[in-house]
Ligand binder design. Structure first.
Ligand SMILES: Cc1cc2nc3c(=O)[nH]c(=O)nc-3n(C[C@H](O)[C@H](O)[C@H](O)COP(=O)(O)OP(=O)(O)OC[C@H]3O[C@@H](n4cnc5c(N)ncnc54)[C@H](O)[C@@H]3O)c2cc1C
Length: 198
């Protein structure tokens, strides 16, 4: 079994958007980080690849609001370090029955946090979108500010590049099969299926 010569403060398993952003954030704080991915980097077999993922300020769950506000600052900060954009701001549009619980929660979130929004009836929705949407009479449309799109693959690539710049070691084609405590030294050993051990 090949033993990797360096020791790490943090080993991140999985280089999707979560693992890659975690590696970036932890390495930014000065920790020695290893990021392990079972497939090729930027592969298309997980959840984080592709052109777009929506992001929004007005979720039905109101507790997201402060987290999204914080995340917008962090997206902007990462973009300023890498020199290109991955978040593109746009309005969020939801539609559904005026009695729909989730839609009412979205409206309640907008009201609670003073998120600029419009509640539109059938005709107003049709006018706003040049007739593209024809919702039923008992439905409403809710347009809220500060949503948008994250370029998914580009975001993962950005976090990996920034993590690398902060000294993170990145290894792909490295499937983790076991994690065990070191009873003598403390810490853990991470075992890959190709026989390497970190
Ligand atoms: C089609 C689609 C549309 C979506 N739309 C939206 C949207 O509009 N808005 C939104 O907010 N969310 C959306 N999501 C959800 C969002 O994309 C996911 O929540 C997010 O990408 C998850 O990221 P992740 O890093 O946790 O997981 P993943 O991207 O799946 O990354 C996990 C990584 O871990 C690796 N891994 C797993 N096991 C091991 C192992 N043993 N050893 C080494 N590596 C391992 C995997 O290969 C993978 O690369 C969508 C998801 C999909 C699939």
């Amino acid at each position: 079994m090949a033993v990797f010569r360096e020791e790490f403060d943090v080993i991140v398993v999985g280089a999707g958007v979560m693992g890659s952003s975690t590696a970036y954030q932890v390495s930014k704080r000065g920790h020695k980080v290893l990021l392990l991915e079972q497939f090729d980097f930027l592969h298309m077999r997980g959840s984080s690849h592709g052109e777009s993922r929506t992001i929004r300020l007005a979720y039905p769950e109101e507790y997201y609001y402060p987290m999204v506000m914080e995340s917008y600052k962090l997206w902007e900060e990462a973009e300023s370090h890498i020199g290109y954009k991955v978040y593109f701001k746009a309005q969020q549009f939801d539609m559904g029955s005026s009695e729909d619980k989730r839609l009412r929660e979205v409206i309640a979130t907008c009201q609670k946090y003073s998120i600029p929004h419009e509640i539109l009836d059938r005709q107003q929705v049709s006018d706003k979108f040049s007739g593209s949407f024809d919702i039923p009479d008992n439905w409403v449309g809710v347009c809220s500010s500060d949503g948008g799109v994250i370029k998914a693959t580009k975001a993962v690539s950005m976090f990996q590049t920034l993590a690398l710049q902060n000294g993170t070691i990145l290894r792909d084609c490295m499937e983790v099969k076991d994690i065990r405590k070191d009873g003598v030294k403390g810490g853990v050993w991470v075992y890959a299926s190709n026989g390497e051990k970190f």
